[in-house]
Design a protein around this ligand. Structure first.
Ligand SMILES: Nc1ncnc2c1ncn2[C@@H]1O[C@H](COP(=O)(O)OP(=O)(O)OP(=O)(O)O)[C@@H](O)[C@H]1O
Length: 669
């Protein structure tokens, strides 16, 4: 069997961790093989005695195998987590490299235990955070003390995230209980009581549970380990975000919406996020719109972790409170820039993933949403299995393409595994092109050697870096007969003819053995291939179903949009119609007004005409006035003349006038 590929050739280094069995009395189906170097890398499995199939022995190679007695610190030290941390910190003057750490295994095999720890033991996340904060130490910026840091981090972020200091985030959730949480203290807190770090402490404020760093496990400590060195010429910021993939949709775990609604006994309405290219990250997909917290200390980061875990737990409580029903992603972005340069931040992400347990849908004794959920988990893990198998085939030198775009989970885990040249707009809006190293990935497969043989062997088959099948030689009836001493019954000697036939027979028997062994191997391979074909068929069916879902969703969306547009148009039309009717009414009113005014105006005009006469009256008036004036002047002249005459004359005139008057009155000439 080929040795496991060197870590650098496979996309993932794959480690196997065996958990102490909860049922040690059960038959053990897995054995660890010691190698000459003393580092176990191979295991063999064979079906339990109760399995009536041919007892083929399958041998698997891993980067390293950890047996049941391995402690949390052993896993941390020996699975390459420290080089991952070294990678994200980056060498002096260089950008860091993304890292991924994930666990895979059947339900209850110890994935969460490895990643998140228990009430008394830290998991890989806590130890990783501790190591990161210790390595960066005084090079870390605190956004609360240096106000210019936050805007520059926000500008450099390419994922449309909402970035805020962890202290502000925690205060917004838990109020001002800083002192109670002991955030400002870096001192070691005493070891724990019985409270699980996942179990909520008593309610403190507005009935929201406040996680306390003092109740979180403090061991194992990473103090004595040779921790990676940070770049002394740089300043760092540590930005933490968390999300989960549930039913193939991504949900932010730091919005607190599930927790908040749960406390109000309401139905949580969470908004799914997209994994997409953004304006500032056109070549590389990112989870867009996450809430991200800038953590200035280990305590803050642990509090944020607790808050996200609480959200994940509350959101999943409806289906199963014990088992992880979603794939949990914990992301630590290590932002770095030259010290006091004011330049844009480069970013490397260390993602730690707690995958949901693989579980056969038919085993799930649940129905409805949970069954659908189990189906989705199985589907995404099946796609993950295909990708893992392809990645190990690729490591064998094959030119295989890893089909990682089949579901959200594999897209999130693999899309960053290949070298890319990405362009992004950096600070000061300068387009920035650079070659990104593919992320370094570690998969820890967890297994119970006394557990479910079928489920475990299936996971081992697709996750192992190399595999080999052997069928133990079972002595056949013919060979048993032949192997019996064949002698001449009379003198104990074998005749040459018989000896030749026996030799021929032996060759034939060994050939039969060889062929039957080959048939067994081939039949096992056939079983594997059949399983792969079935998986491919079911993925095809799932894709078809997904397409139908999408089509139905699109139809519904379009129909809803159409209805909305129609309703809007109807309203608009009605308003326009009413406006039009109003305008018409106004117009009629205006016409009536005009008519009324015209009618009234004629009367007025008639009145005016009655005084002034018809159109030519103006002229006549003028004529009359001129005549009048002339007559007045004549009268005046006559009066002046009269005043200038003698009294006798006057008298004569007066008498004559009197006579004229009397004659006029009397009517006689
Ligand atoms: N290496 C180990 N040492 C001690 N206890 C362990 C170990 N691995 C698992 N356990 C215990 O076994 C139980 C189940 O483990 P865990 O929850 O980690 O399983 P899981 O694989 O995450 O399951 P699921 O997929 O359902 O979430 C837990 O109580 C855990 O503490």
């Amino acid at each position: 069997m080929d040795p496991p590929p060197k870590p650098s050739t496979a996309l993932f280094d794959v480690y196997l961790r065996l958990r102490p069995s909860p049922a040690p009395g059960a038959e053990r189906f897995l054995d660890v093989e010691e190698t000459e170097q003393g580092v176990p890398t191979y295991i063999t499995i064979k079906p339990p005695a109760t399995d009536h199939r041919k007892r083929a022995v399958e041998k698997f190679a891993f980067t390293k195998v950890f047996e049941e007695d391995a402690a949390q610190l052993d896993i941390f030290k020996s699975t390459g987590v420290l080089p991952l941390i070294d990678g994200v910190l980056g060498a002096e003057g260089r950008e860091g490299r993304d890292g991924l750490l994930a666990t895979l295994g059947v339900t209850g095999s110890g994935k969460s235990h490895t990643i998140l720890g228990s009430k008394s033991q830290r998991g890989l996340i806590q130890m990783t955070l501790d190591a990161l904060f210790q390595s960066t130490g005084a090079l870390l910026v605190d956004p609360s003390n240096t106000p210019y840091v936050l805007p520059s981090l926000a500008i450099s972020d390419v994922s449309e995230a909402q970035i805020l200091p962890a202290s502000a985030y925690l205060d917004s959730l838990y109020g001002d209980g800083q002192s109670e949480r002991g955030i400002s203290s870096r001192a070691q807190t005493p070891m724990l009581d019985n409270t699980s770090f996942l179990c909520p402490p008593p309610p403190k404020r507005n009935n929201i549970y406040i996680p306390r760093p003092s109740t979180m496990p403090q061991t194992p400590s990473v103090h004595d380990l040779p921790l990676p060195n940070a770049d002394r010429t740089a300043e760092y910021a540590i930005v933490v975000s968390m999300y989960e993939v549930y039913n193939d949709r991504i949900f932010d775990l730091l919005t607190g919406s599930a927790t908040a609604t749960a406390f109000k006994n309401g139905q949580s309405k969470r908004r799914a996020l997209l994994f997409k290219s953004t304006e500032q990250s056109p070549d590389r997909k990112v989870v867009a719109g996450l809430k991200k917290t800038v953590c200035a200390s280990l305590e803050e980061a642990l509090m944020v972790l607790e808050t996200g875990l609480m959200e994940r737990k509350v959101a999943g409580t409806g289906s199963n409170a014990v088992s992880s029903r979603s794939h949990g992603f914990f992301c630590v972005e290590v932002k770095k820039r030259r010290r006091a340069s004011g330049a844009g931040w480069s970013s490397s992400t260390l993602t730690v993933v707690d995958l949901a347990g693989s579980e056969r849908a038919r085993n799930a004794k649940t129905a409805g949403a949970t069954l659908a959920e189990a189906g989705k988990i199985n589907e995404s893990l099946m796609y993950l299995g295909q990708c893992m198998q392809m990645q190990s085939d690729a490591a064998d030198g094959g030119k295989t393409i890893v089909p990682f775009r089949q579901c959200k989970l594999t897209e999130l885990l693999f899309s960053n595994s290949f070298p890319t040249t990405s362009s992004s707009t950096h600070i000061h809006n300068q387009p920035h092109h650079h070659h990104r190293n593919p992320q370094k990935s570690i998969m820890i497969v967890t297994a119970d050697a006394h557990g479910d043989f079928n489920a475990t062997s299936q996971i081992l088959r697709y996750s192992a870096l190399a595999r080999e099948v052997t069928v133990p030689r079972v002595p056949s009836v013919t060979s048993t007969i032949l192997s019996a001493p064949t002698t001449n019954g009379h003198n104990g000697r074998t005749s040459p003819t018989t000896a030749a036939s026996l030799a021929e027979l032996e060759v034939a028997v060994s050939e039969i053995d060889r062929l039957s062994e080959e048939v067994s191997v081939l039949s096992l391979r056939l079983t594997e291939e059949t399983a792969r074909r079935q998986a491919a068929e079911s993925s095809w069916r799932a894709a078809e179903a997904r397409m139908e879902d999408i089509e139905a969703e699109v139809r519904e969306t379009v129909y809803a949009e159409f209805e909305a547009v129609l309703a809007r148009e109807q309203v608009r039309w009605r308003v326009a119609w009413e406006e039009e009717a109003g305008r018409k009414e106004e117009m009629w009113d205006a016409k009536v007004d005009i008519l009324a005014r015209e009618f009234g105006g004629d009367k007025e005009n008639e009145k005016v005409r009655g005084l002034d006469g018809e159109e030519g009256d103006g002229e006549r008036i003028n004529e009359l006035e001129t005549e009048n004036e002339a007559l007045r002047r004549k009268v005046e002249m006559l009066e002046r003349e009269m005043r200038g005459r003698t009294p006798s004359k006057k008298m004569r005139v007066l008498k004559a006038r009197k006579w004229e008057v009397e004659g006029g009155l009397g009517g006689s000439p």
